[in-house]
Every structure is written in structure tokens, then in C-alpha cells.
Design a protein around this ligand. Structure first.
Ligand SMILES: [Zn+2]
Length: 511
């Protein structure tokens, strides 16, 4: 009996020691809003468009923070909310205040914190407000206090104002476009944060910020090709230097008109000289290659793209319908391109070259097609409910070839008109995966021409294309930047002011 008691005491002590160790884990919150918004589109993004991840679901959305992952054990995590939406139009002030209000309430519930992982895109627009992410981080700062470390991860198409840079302690962004490294970048954001907490080093001593007067679309700055490839590849070695923790290059977002819309370079760490030199080196590298940025595929009018695609023997021949790319912020319901396609004599008969068009939203048309059923005729209109500046709702009359009901929030149908298969959805959406087509029994490899509302092709579609052109079509993310009605961005700006003088690329140390 005595022996057992003696044995129990040390176990109890060990347990209490481990409890006190556990209590020493830093308390880290997670919050953010992710969207990019074209202000050159009449669309508005409502709160319903946001997917709100909270609690365990939010934590599990980061593979490196799931149960059993080493990083999970490093801290006590308090996932408040990350709200994310497909790119679209600007938010109204009410939507912005509602979303931020909910996130701040959730944050307050578990305060205080040692740190916060701020997961944002960086190109949100709110009607009547400049720099929403800068405003949001100030509100977050009020909750977490000035001593908590904030580590921010962004899309490289986000914008970094001095205010945002000032209020985050660590900051980084993706280094690949298409964003195949988005999760790796988030992991780096968290790893760097935990390292600063564990080592007790805390806030980095220096943050350098360099605004670079370049404003280019993502379609010209893919890291798959030069000069984006080498530019972004130069970041990693720069961050391996002693005294530098991380560095990042933001291309910025071209379809909003605020003073913050331009490229930015940042570096941070504990060695002032190295931090400044790294940021300036990357900024100079960026500036020196500015004339080399080009569209990642041949670019032409829709008419020229079609002429090439029709004449080609390669299939599938992809055409990006760039102007209304919903994943860049287009309304996604511009009917100009599909209207033009339906006029073409080459596709009038079902013996013509097969063309797959993805996609146009039209909830009433979808309902009609479902009612008609596969194999039957349907007639109605679709699109142009939001952005009708270039063409009215498009009349569609043909045979229903597919009905897809598995996503009750966004049912889809396919209608065959002549030799064109038009995918009609209830809500706007981007088609990024092969399975999005195969679920409609469309074998992309058998199609002659595939027209998608996209800019650069996402990896799965890129892999399947036999040839590809990008069409300069109309819409909220028109790629013809020099002719966009900018009023408020900083000038001079490359390439709008082609012969602008060498800008000052000196790094500013942010307090
Ligand atoms: Zn992006």
C-alpha cells in the first residue's frame, strides 16, 4: 500500500509539471478576410458570397495545423474566423462592417493572445473606403493589443499600404502564380511566427517597405515564365541571409483605383543593413525587368483567337475569355463572348467543330432546362443580370445534354446549340478542374475548342490544352489596362506611363 502511494505522488507531480508546460504554450488566434474586388465592375459582393470558416473547421483547413501535425502542438490555437469569397465586385460598407464585426466578436471571446495569424488576400474593396485591409488590421490590433505579434499571409495580387505594413509584425505572400504554393506560404507565415515566439526574439527589429510604381495584371506576371519566374525565384535565397527572416514581392491588383494599387517589396529581420539591402535589391530587380512582362500566351481579339482555333488541327484548342474572369473579379455573367460565338456560322450546325463554353450564370434558364429534362429542347435567356454593359441577356435555344444537381447551391445544365455546348450555372463560377467538365460527360480531349472565363489557365487545364490563346474580351477585368479609367492610382505608373523616369526605390523602414 505504502509503495503504491509513493508511486502515485511522482506521477501526480509529473502530471502537474506537464500541465504547467502546456499552459506556457503561446495563445495564437487566427482571423482574416480573403477576396479580390474589381471596382471596374458594377457587381457588389454580398455577405452570402463568403464562406465562413470558424473553430475546428478553420484549423483543419490548414494541413500544417491539423491534429498530429508538429505545428499544432507548438501553440494553443484560437481559430476565430476566416471569411473568403470568389473574387467579385466591391463590398458595401454594411457587408464589410458585418463581417469584421463577427470576426472581432469571435476574437474578443478568447482574448488575450500572444499572437495572431492574419490570413488575408489583400485586394478587398469596400464602397466608400480606401485600404480595407489596413482598416481591418487596426481593428484587430485593438482587440489583440500592441504586444501581440501579428503574422500576415497574403496573395501576391494583394496591396500593401504603409498602414498595413506598420500594423503587422511579420508579413509575406505567395511566390507562385498560379498559386500552387498558397498553403506553403501560410505555413511559412506560421512557422516564422512560432519561431519568434519560441526563441523569445519577438518582434523583428526592422521592416523595410518599397513601393514600386508598376501595375500589371496577373496574366502578364505568371511565375511559370520569365521574367516572373526568375524574379520570384530570387526571393528564397534572399531570405536565407543572416539577419533576414522573410521577404516578399506583391504584384498588386490592377482592377481597383486607389493610391495603394501598385507593386510593393518588403523584407524584415533583425539586421537593419541586410533588411534594407534585400528589399532594395528585389525592388531593383523587379524594376529592371518591367519591359519583359508579357501575356503568358498569345493575346488577340476574340475574332483572331477564333480564326486560329478554327483553322487549327490541335485539340482541344483553349481560348481564355479574360475580360470577365470571375476568379479575377469579373461579374462572370457578361454575355458578350457567348453572344459572339453563337453568331458564328462555323458552329451553327451540329456537324461543326465542337466548342465547349464555360460558363454563363442563368438561374431561370437552369430551372427551365431541369424541367425540360435531358434530351429535350429548352429556350430561354441567361447572363447579364449584373454586368449588362456590353451585351444583354443571351437567348439560348437548344437541346439539354446534361443536368447536374449534386451541388444544391449551384445547379448546372448544359445546352447544345449547333455544335456549341454551353454550360449554364445558377450562380457564377469559374471552371478550373477537368472533373467540372467530366461530370457533364464532356471529354475535353475530344472537344475542338474550349472557351473558359479565365486568364492564365489553371494547372489542370494547362496540362490538357493542345494550344491556347488569350482573348482580350470585355468585362470587369478587362486586360486593356492603359484604357481603364484610372483616376486615383499614383502616377507616373508603369506601363501606363511608359517612359516614366527611374523611380526612387529606396526602402522605407516602417516602425
Ligand atoms: Zn492572386
Amino acid at each position: 500500500m505504502k509503495f503504491r502511494l509513493l508511486l502515485l505522488i511522482p506521477i501526480y507531480l509529473i502530471a502537474s509539471i506537464s500541465v504547467s508546460f502546456a499552459q506556457k504554450k503561446p495563445r495564437v488566434a487566427i482571423a482574416g478576410i480573403a477576396i479580390e474586388c474589381s471596382t471596374f465592375s458594377p457587381a457588389r459582393t454580398a455577405e452570402e458570397a463568403f464562406r465562413k470558416r470558424t473553430g475546428e473547421a478553420l484549423l483543419n483547413s490548414y494541413p500544417f495545423l491539423r491534429e498530429g501535425a508538429p505545428m499544432r502542438e507548438k501553440a494553443e490555437w484560437f481559430p476565430a474566423m476566416v471569411a473568403s469569397a470568389t473574387p467579385g465586385g466591391a463590398l458595401t460598407m454594411e457587408t464589410y462592417e458585418s463581417l469584421t464585426g463577427q470576426i472581432l466578436e469571435l476574437l474578443k471571446a478568447n482574448a488575450p493572445y500572444d499572437a495572431l495569424f492574419f490570413d488575408i488576400h489583400g485586394a478587398m474593396s469596400v464602397v466608400g473606403m480606401d485600404d480595407p485591409e489596413g482598416d481591418f488590421i487596426l481593428k484587430v490590433r485593438e482587440v489583440v493589443g500592441k504586444d501581440a505579434l501579428i503574422s500576415t499571409c497574403m496573395d501576391l495580387h494583394g496591396n500593401v499600404t504603409e498602414r498595413l505594413a506598420e500594423n503587422t509584425d511579420l508579413i509575406t505572400c505567395y511566390r507562385l502564380a498560379p498559386h500552387e504554393d498558397s498553403m506553403d506560404s501560410r505555413e511559412r507565415t506560421v512557422v516564422n511566427l512560432i519561431e519568434r515566439l519560441e526563441s523569445g526574439k519577438g518582434r523583428p527589429a526592422y521592416k523595410a517597405w518599397v513601393p514600386v510604381p508598376i501595375l500589371l495584371p496577373g496574366e502578364q506576371t505568371s511565375t511559370r515564365v520569365e521574367p516572373g519566374k526568375s524574379l520570384y525565384a530570387s526571393i528564397d535565397p534572399a531570405t536565407k541571409q543572416v539577419g533576414v527572416i522573410d521577404a516578399a514581392i506583391w504584384i498588386g491588383y490592377a482592377w481597383a483605383d486607389e493610391p495603394r494599387n501598385h507593386a510593393v517589396v518588403m523584407a524584415y529581420g533583425d539586421d537593419k543593413d541586410m533588411v534594407v539591402r534585400t528589399a532594395e535589391y528585389l525592388a531593383h530587380h523587379f524594376w529592371s525587368v518591367r519591359h519583359q512582362f508579357e501575356f503568358v500566351a498569345p493575346t488577340a481579339t476574340l475574332e483572331e483567337c477564333l480564326a486560329n482555333a478554327i483553322a487549327s488541327t490541335k485539340k482541344p484548342y483553349f481560348i481564355s475569355d479574360m475580360g470577365d474572369n470571375p476568379t479575377a473579379g469579373g461579374a462572370g455573367d457578361v454575355t458578350w463572348t457567348i453572344t459572339e460565338l453563337l453568331k458564328r456560322p462555323e458552329f451553327k450546325s451540329d456537324k461543326g467543330k465542337t466548342l465547349v463554353y464555360a460558363s454563363i450564370p442563368g438561374p431561370e434558364f437552369v430551372a427551365k432546362a431541369i424541367k425540360a429534362g435531358v434530351g429535350n429542347k429548352v429556350k430561354g435567356t441567361a447572363g447579364a443580370a449584373v454586368d449588362n454593359r456590353y451585351a444583354p441577356p443571351v437567348p439560348l435555344e437548344g437541346t439539354v445534354t446534361s443536368i447536374y444537381l449534386d451541388n444544391p447551391d449551384n445547379k448546372e445544365v448544359v445546352v447544345k446549340i449547333g455544335s456549341i455546348y454551353v454550360i449554364v450555372t445558377e450562380k457564377r463560377k469559374g471552371f478550373h478542374y477537368v472533373k467540372e467538365f467530366t461530370k457533364h460527360n464532356i471529354d475535353l480531349k475530344q472537344a475542338d475548342i474550349v472557351v473558359v472565363k479565365l486568364g492564365y489557365l489553371v494547372p489542370e487545364l494547362y496540362d490538357i490544352q493542345a494550344d491556347w490563346m488569350m482573348a482580350l474580351t470585355l468585362g470587369g477585368v478587362n486586360q486593356d489596362l492603359p484604357n481603364l479609367p484610372y483616376k486615383r492610382i499614383r502616377r507616373p505608373m508603369f506601363p501606363l506611363d511608359k517612359d516614366m523616369p527611374m523611380p526612387n526605390l529606396k526602402a522605407k523602414l516602417i516602425k
